[in-house]
Structures are given as structure tokens and as C-alpha cells.
Design a protein around this ligand. Structure first.
Ligand code: AMP
Length: 290
């Protein structure tokens, strides 16, 4: 694996790969890698060569008072993991490479960016869209891999790719979970003592909804109330939002129809976790993916 620190060198490598007709697969991350990231790399590996992984803790997607400073950074461990996954290139730019003095431009995907995560974290998706567009321009991937763990993010990136006629195809991969259902996340490292068990309440709330849907429930208000009831039963949990929305518009629905998402953001102590459930209408029934 070659580690690349500068934009210029990464662009050079990307240009050469493209000129030789190679399909570059790209997995953007903020590091502190876990099995969720590994699953994206494996998906990239299956379709693409070379595979490029970036590690960049993007300051522009953290709000004031959020966890930018304390976000886990473990470059040595991450390098070992990526070597084992046979990644060809690791792109780790310093912030000054991505945002040199005088940087002014930002990308906003209107509407989709203001709801849910965007309401709780103003400016978050502007930071995400901006850095992802920049990384796409630098790495020039044919395919880029994102986790459904961040479902709103994937919806926004897809919209940006379509609106701006990007050459990169967005691939969305399933959520990797711990054996007890907790969605893997670099932020799970913040959980202390009883919080680790309490954090399974996100999964338990979504699983309760899943079971009700499979039993025939279609009323979104009823399903939302079910999520709330489970979440309220966990002593360390404070709900930020728990909504059932149309997967395309991200607007709340009254009844399940087409493709919907049940989306959660919950504080466990001071740690903010998100998770979701994908619900897809198939004929007379619904497919539910946790
Ligand atoms: P992050 O490093 O948290 O910015 O995440 C980098 C990529 O990994 C994003 O596309 C995330 O959606 C994805 N990801 C994070 N956690 C998981 C997970 N548990 N399962 C699948 N993908 C994930």
C-alpha cells in the first residue's frame, strides 16, 4: 500500500490509473476503522482496482462544540487494517492540503441537507458535500462506496452526483453491526460502562418496528410511537429524533409506501449515535433491512 499525503500526487496517480483504463474504487473515511469500513473496502475490492481509501477528519463537517478534537485518531492501526485488506492507495491529506488559505467554495444540496441530521447539526452536510466533491475530483473514482449507516448522507451524495453530472457512481453498502445489534461506529469508542449496553436501544427500537411491519403494521405514527416507547425505556438514552420518512424526499410519511427509512439519532450519555431501518415495498409485502 502506498500512502499519499498531497493532492498533487494523488491526482497524478488517479490520472495514470484512468489513462490505463483501470476502474478506481474509492472509500472515503474519517479513520478509526472498524468492520463497517472494511465491508466497504471489500465491496470496492470486488468491483475495482485500484482501491483508494482516504482518511480525513474533515473539520468543516463538525459544528462548534462537537467532537472534532476528540474524534478517535489511530493511524498506525488503520494502516495495518488497510494493508490486510490489500488496499493499493491510502490518501491522508493534512487539512492545509484540502483547505488551503483563502479557500471559499462550498457545495449545498438544498432541502435534503436541512432535515434530520441537518437540523441538529447545521452546516454538517455542507461540509460533507464539499469534501466529498473535492475528494472525487482528486481521486477520480469510477465507483465510490458509502455505508447505509449514514442514510441521509448517501441520499445527499447521490443527489449531488446526479445534479453535478459526476462520473462517479455511488454504491451504498449494508450496515455492519456488533453481535448485539449495535451499528458499528468510530464513536462507539466513547461509550463507557453501562452506556455500551444502553446503546443497543437504537437497534432494539428499530427491531421492534421491523417486527411490527412484518406483522402487517403500516401506520407510520403507530410505528414511530413504538420506536419512542422502546427508546424511552432506556435510562441513559435521550432521543434527538425518531422519524419515519420517504427515502427519496426524506419527508415524514403517514403510511408506509414505496421506499421508507426509520431514522434515529439518540444521545447515550454525551455520545450521539445514529441508526436506521430501510423498508421497501415489494408487491403486497415489505422488505425490511436493519
Ligand atoms: P466515517 O469514517 O464514519 O465517516 O464513515 C466512512 C464510511 O463508512 C461512510 O460511508 C459510512 O457510512 C461508512 N460506515 C460507517 N459505519 C458503518 C457501518 N456500521 N456499516 C457500514 N458502513 C459504515
Amino acid at each position: 500500500m502506498e500512502t499519499i499525503h498531497t493532492v498533487e500526487w494523488m491526482k497524478q496517480v488517479a490520472r495514470e490509473a484512468r489513462a490505463q483504463g483501470h476502474l478506481t474504487g474509492f472509500v472515503p473515511t474519517m479513520g478509526a476503522l472498524h468492520e463497517g469500513h472494511a465491508s466497504l473496502v471489500r465491496a470496492a475490492r470486488q468491483q475495482c482496482s485500484p482501491v483508494v481509501v482516504s482518511i480525513f477528519v474533515n473539520p468543516k463537517q463538525f459544528g462548534p462544540g462537537e467532537d472534532f478534537e476528540k474524534y478517535p485518531r489511530q493511524m498506525d492501526r488503520d494502516c495495518v487494517a488497510l494493508e490486510q485488506l490489500s488496499v493499493e492507495y491510502l490518501f491522508v491529506p493534512p487539512a492545509s492540503e484540502i483547505y488551503p488559505n483563502g479557500f471559499r467554495t462550498s457545495v449545498t444540496v438544498g432541502g435534503l441537507s436541512e432535515r434530520l441530521e441537518g437540523r441538529s447539526r447545521p452546516g454538517h452536510f455542507r461540509g460533507v458535500s464539499t469534501v466529498v466533491l473535492k475528494l472525487f475530483e482528486i481521486v477520480q473514482p469510477r465507483f465510490a462506496y458509502f455505508g447505509r449507516k449514514d442514510a441521509q448522507q448517501t441520499r445527499i451524495i447521490r443527489q449531488m452526483a446526479a445534479d453535478l453530472n459526476l462520473d462517479t457512481e455511488i454504491v451504498v453498502c449494508p450496515i455492519a453491526r456488533e453481535p448485539d445489534g449495535l451499528a458499528m461506529s468510530s464513536r462507539n469508542a466513547y461509550l463507557q460502562g453501562d452506556e455500551r449496553h444502553a446503546a443497543t436501544v437504537l437497534y432494539r427500537a428499530l427491531d421492534a418496528v421491523r417486527r411490527e411491519i412484518l406483522a402487517g403494521e403500516r401506520d407510520a405514527l403507530h410505528l414511530t410511537a413504538t420506536m419512542r416507547r422502546v427508546l424511552d425505556s432506556a435510562p441513559l438514552a435521550t432521543v434527538d429524533y425518531a422519524e419515519i420518512v420517504d427515502a427519496d424526499s426524506l419527508e415524514p410519511v403517514v403510511r408506509l409506501r414505496g421506499k421508507c427509512l426509520a431514522l434515529l439519532a439518540v444521545f447515550i450519555g454525551r455520545t450521539r449515535l445514529i441508526d436506521n431501518l430501510l423498508v421497501e415495498e415489494e408487491g403486497d409485502s415489505f422488505r425490511v433491512s436493519l
